[in-house]
Design a protein. Sequence first.
Length: 148
Amino acid sequence: MRSSRCSRKTMRKKNILEQLKETKESASKKREELFQKLRVELVPHMKAEESTFYPPLVAKKVSREDAMEGVEEHHVSEMVLKELETMQKGEEQWGAKMAVFKELVEHHIKDEQSKVFKSAEKALNSDEFQNIMKQFEQEKQAIKKNLR
């Protein structure tokens, strides 16, 4: 997940989040389009991490705390994402909630890059890490196919 490919995907998510934050209440159709793009990018990524990446890290003492924090950040993000999904995109509160969601996601990305990956390097050997990343990509693609 540390590849330049990952960085491009991370930047794409951040770009969509920024575009959403900048939209106005009167642009509810644009908000909906961007929100669905973001959902298709984030949900498979989060679900695949929860099923493939975090469990082996939670199982090892050296990485448990950072991994558990990552899982909880996912949980909070998923709750806010579900609220955003059910709200009218033209509501004033939607923009405020999106701003908070953007902060949550950006904080999570920063923590993953600065703490979780370092913990993973301590907890897993290279073969284990590569195997988990392969499983992660496969799971993410399977989830993406079924997401709508």
